[in-house]
Design a protein around this ligand. Structure first.
Ligand SMILES: Cc1cc2nc3c(=O)[nH]c(=O)nc-3n(C[C@H](O)[C@H](O)[C@H](O)COP(=O)(O)OP(=O)(O)OC[C@H]3O[C@@H](n4cnc5c(N)ncnc54)[C@H](O)[C@@H]3O)c2cc1C
Length: 381
């Protein structure tokens, strides 16, 4: 990865926007269990943070993937997991397929407004009976002339209570398993759609998470993203973007956590000296810092491969797996070294501990990453 002055300027600009638009409100949004999606996204869209890699003709910024790495790392520095996740859904989870495969009409109607921050988007894949096993999903879109008639439900959908449209993965034919699915832009103003539940969570509380219901909801067949029947394949590719930005953000979050923990241990005294005078604490933080650095550079290798146009499935899978596992280790250590203060809601580290736990579950659990790896590397019987 070749970093230039332009990258540095971009990093400073992103940090400035997030310091202004997000950081001061995090506590309030965490307490409320939701953030003002339309208000925040308008501000971030106006600042040019959405659609970094997308074609300017579609409202994107025309930059390359190295800028997404920076955006991810900077998002991770925000003092919670919820808002970075909500933003990443808009930039790297719900929109990549539409940017890649959408018709000009579909992109003008849904992608461009999302990139301007005027529309909030969600990615709707998971269902009550199908999470890790995406091929088992049951939400069905049946064709009736020029319309899809959609019935089913989706669960754990980020931004789900305030989204204007969903990138919906639905079954569009009777072929079983991963075949016969399509991605559809689903406007949430469609009759027959409802938010059945807003879910309370262990962490990422500033981000809204919903269960969604579809009863005879009709959308034009023209809302299909890409080819009918190619939805599963397209979503598997879209998952790579999700896993990459998750790993980039994790590096930002863990870096800040180690810095803050070291600062605390320099101040806090026990046995007549700063806690950080203990070699055990120094070495523990040093080793974690080394592991974060390994992940950072692995992420850069992944981004380089992506920039070369290579398939990054293996890179993204490993990065996501290792990010989730390492985040758990860093969070546990940082909390431990804060003692009782670390267990208190009022201390940043308790939120860091709760929020980071999602990384090993969302976007494909650790075990699903290992399953992918087993197949890719031939560790199957
Ligand atoms: C806060 C939050 C936000 C989310 N946001 C979204 C969103 O915006 N859009 C969306 O579509 N989804 C979203 N999800 C869903 C998320 O992607 C799923 O929860 C995840 O993929 C796991 O699916 P599941 O919960 O159904 O777990 P299950 O599939 O029931 O799996 C349970 C556990 O079993 C283990 N397991 C699963 N498969 C295997 C295997 N093959 N081998 C060994 N062990 C296995 C894993 O430990 C896994 O955690 C979100 C989830 C959360 C918690």
């Amino acid at each position: 990865m070749q970093w230039t002055d332009d990258h540095d300027r971009f990093r400073q600009a992103v940090r400035g926007v997030l310091d202004r638009e997000v950081q001061p409100h995090v506590d309030e949004w965490e307490a409320a269990g939701i953030f003002p999606g339309h208000q925040l996204f308008k501000a971030l869209g106006s600042a040019g943070l959405f659609g970094l890699e997308y074609d300017p003709a579609d409202g994107g910024q025309g930059a390359d993937h190295s800028y997404t790495v920076i955006l991810g790392e900077e998002l991770g520095r925000v003092g919670c997991g919820g808002i970075p996740m909500a933003i990443s859904v808009q930039t790297d989870m719900a929109t990549p397929s539409l940017a890649r495969f959408g018709t000009p009409e579909l992109k003008a109607a849904y992608l461009a407004p999302a990139l301007r921050g005027e529309m909030v988007a969600s990615i709707a894949v998971t269902e009550p009976d199908a999470g890790s096993d995406v091929a088992g999903l049951r939400t069905r879109a049946v064709r009736d002339g020029d319309e899809w008639v959609i019935n089913g439900s989706k669960l754990y959908i980020t931004n789900g209570t305030q989204a204007d449209w969903l990138c919906l993965l639905a079954r569009t034919s009777d072929e079983g398993g991963s075949r016969g699915m399509s991605q559809i832009v689903f406007p949430t103003s469609t009759p027959g759609f409802s938010v059945s539940r807003s879910l309370k969570k262990l962490g990422n509380r500033s981000s809204d998470t919903a269960e969604l219901s579809f009863v005879d909801a009709r959308v034009p067949v023209a809302n299909t993203i890409g080819e009918i029947g190619q939805g599963f394949r397209q979503q598997m590719r879209q998952f790579q973007n999700e896993r990459m930005i998750a790993a980039y953000s994790a590096v930002g979050a863990m870096t800040v956590a180690l810095e803050k923990t070291a600062a605390y241990l320099k101040e806090r005294k026990a046995f007549g000296q700063p806690l950080l005078a203990n070699q055990y604490l120094q070495y523990s933080l040093a080793e974690l810092s080394a592991e974060v650095d390994m992940l950072r550079h692995y992420n850069y290798a992944c981004a380089d491969a992506y920039l070369r146009g290579e398939d990054t499935t293996r890179f993204a899978t490993i990065a996501k797996l290792k990010a989730g596992r390492l985040h758990r280790k860093v969070a546990d250590t940082c909390l431990q070294f804060h003692g009782g203060a670390g267990y208190m809601e009022e201390t940043w580290v308790s939120r860091f501990f709760r929020d980071g736990r999602l990384l090993s579950i969302g976007g494909g659990a650790d075990e699903v990453m290992l399953r992918v790896m087993s197949v890719l590397d031939g560790f199957t019987a």
